[in-house]
Design a protein around this ligand. Sequence first.
Ligand code: HSE
Length: 432
Amino acid sequence: MKEVKIGLLGFGTVGTGVYELLRKNINLIEEKVGLRPVIKKILVKNLNKKRNVIIDPHLFTNDINEILQDPEISIICELIGGIEPAKDYILKAFEKGKEVVTANKAVLALCGKEIWENCTKRKRFLGFEASVGGGIPVIKTLKEALIGNEINSIIGIVNGTTNYILTRMLENNLNFKEALKEAQAKGYAEADPSLDIKGIDSAHKISILASLAFGIYIPASEVYTEGIEEIELMDLRFAKDLGYIVKLLAFAKKRKDKIEIRVHPTLISENHVLTSIRLNYNAFYITGDFIGDVLIYGLGAGKEPTASAVVSDIIDAIEYFYFGKRPFIRYPLTKNNHLIKLRPIEEVEFKYYFRFSAIDKPGVLSKISGILGKYNISIASVIQIGRQKRKGSVPIVMLTHETKEKNVNKALQEINKLDVVTSPTKKFRILD
Ligand code: HSE
């Protein structure tokens, strides 16, 4: 059987997973594909590092040129992560006429335009299924299964760490720090966990999905991003009492000729299917004009699921290289790119959850509601939780009808300056 030679760049968690998958399922793959993908070389920093896997040490090299200059290697898997040297290696691989598979969301979300243009110019293949949602085939779903649809929206729980933290806080009464520690111990978090908890990892992922869904390149820097660091257990509980679960959601929506792209904590009604996505699971809720709603769900990180996605791309790369199968989607897609604009969050209307911290005395609510009225914000319901004992304040939780973000920001700025308000108001948007 003909062998297809592969070069791996990086042998961390994902690289090891790819090696193990190919070792275990090679016959199965060969039977299905008709070719045998074989790892010929693996780029590592340290040749002498002890590794928890049985592997021929001759496979390792610390010289990228041994892979790039090898004419036998037709597919390169970039599993290093980060921007450099990953980007440089990807571009050099295209230059050498090699197909590229990457699991690197940051490089695509921040330098995607250059990489895509290079890939197109050199007529090469770029597989990036593992960059978003680990093993969940969301890229293929958008690229292939839903190709006939105009995509109206994608709503995703795209970060396992934050989903795990929010689930554990609510269900097990943990505070934020305790839950984060657990997520790190379980290996879900990025090396720098602030990428997870500040929503940056989610912004990278939704930027990639939005570019695919809408055919224009939207860098992660254009994604409105809020994380979960400020979330307190009491808000998760109050929301639950009102019939909502708080999730960190990533949104990419197209309405008329404008695109909304944002990441922020969101209250979801307990009846919504996304509330059943717990712990480190990810999900993508996609709406297309003919398909309607689709939900795909699974493990968004980890050695095995991510390796599963990388190998799926390796097979696509083989089909491209050996069988001349053209990839479904090229970049850029839309000829009228310049007509598509992003809608700033200030222009979007939401229903809101507010938690005011206020002194417990007559007239406080009328001061707050007076300011809300001034900005045309209509109250749907309000509850004061408890009664102030001595010094301090009480939480007053309010739900609003739909209102523009711009008005809410102005109103809360004024409310936070009231002498009866003791700390900044908490604000969450509600998924309608
Ligand atoms: N840190 C990421 C997460 C890993 O928690 O989802 C996968 O991208």
